[in-house]
Design a protein around this ligand. Structure first.
Ligand SMILES: C[S@@+](CC[C@H](N)C(=O)[O-])C[C@H]1O[C@@H](n2cnc3c(N)ncnc32)[C@H](O)[C@@H]1O
Length: 249
């Protein structure tokens, strides 16, 4: 996983900024019933999406939680008094505290299925019966838009996708969460150019190719030979899924 404390300053800019946050928040909001209650944004990061959820639903009391102090610090500036440092594998809340729990771009970062299961279990535990869990799925696959850059990157080593939709649905079912609905959002400003991809490779974005790995420069050389070095290829489309906690769970 990237070091999110180091990433915090550049995070918003490198992830499509406010246009991406608006698109993500709109997709998430479409999956959350519009009524008063409490919402937890697990792994809220800099709060760029959390803030929009809170602004759009004044009747919801929104709490954000993140593991990285640098990210949580920025979220606190956006939502004073609403952010805490917490590990989503061990949430510091009582059972059935929230009406909705969101987790945007967290599950794909986790190291194995046991961690994903732990996060989904915790999100389910802190949800009240009838509450809604919303999470992104299939994050890495969304970045493959069929471009010439994807063709160059195709032979790279990859981690198994921890946020694969079927696996997430299976973990959810184990914890009394029933599939409800889905949505997509465009990662505005996140389309890759050859030059931006070379930069990402060198700073460790592709986690199985850490900076200094001898294979990095081979991929960089092939990317540098592509035309239109600064032309961004199409933006990715990200998938979001919602699950409802069964009354008996
Ligand atoms: C890709 S960012 C997404 C942030 C935010 N949800 C967004 O959409 O902008 C992933 C975030 O997950 C946080 N994170 C990673 N593992 C975590 C864990 N076990 N518990 C809580 N947060 C975690 C990181 O610190 C980082 O802020």
């Amino acid at each position: 996983m990237l070091n999110y404390d180091k990433e915090a300053d550049a995070y918003d800019t490198l992830r499509g900024g406010e246009p991406r946050a608006e698109a993500a928040a709109r997709a998430v909001l479409g999956l959350i019933p519009d009524r008063p209650g409490r919402l937890l944004d697990a792994a809220c990061g800099t709060g760029i999406v959390t803030r929009r959820i809170a602004a759009a639903r004044p009747a919801l009391r929104v709490t954000g939680a993140d593991l990285a102090p640098g990210m949580a610090h920025r979220a606190t500036a956006r939502l004073p008094g609403a952010i805490l440092l917490a590990d989503s594998r061990r949430l510091p809340f009582a059972d059935a505290t929230f009406d909705a729990v969101t987790s945007i771009w967290l599950l794909h970062l986790l190291s194995d299925a046991a961690e994903v299961r732990a996060v989904v279990a915790e999100c389910a535990r802190v949800l009240r019966p009838g509450g809604v869990f919303v999470t992104t799925v299939d994050k890495a696959a969304a970045h493959d838009v069929g471009s010439d850059i994807d063709a160059v990157l195709a032979p790279r080593p990859r981690r198994p996708a921890q946020d694969a939709a079927e696996a997430v649905a299976a973990h959810a079912a184990e914890h009394g969460l029933q599939p409800a609905a889905g949505a997509c959002f465009t990662g505005l400003g996140q389309g890759r150019s050859p030059r931006s991809t070379i930069g990402d490779l060198r700073r460790g974005w592709f986690t199985v190719l850490p900076p200094g790995d001898p294979r990095v420069e081979g991929f960089a050389e092939r990317l540098a030979a592509l035309p239109d070095q600064d032309r961004r290829r199409p933006d990715p489309r990200f998938r979001v899924r919602s699950f409802r906690k069964l009354a008996a769970a």
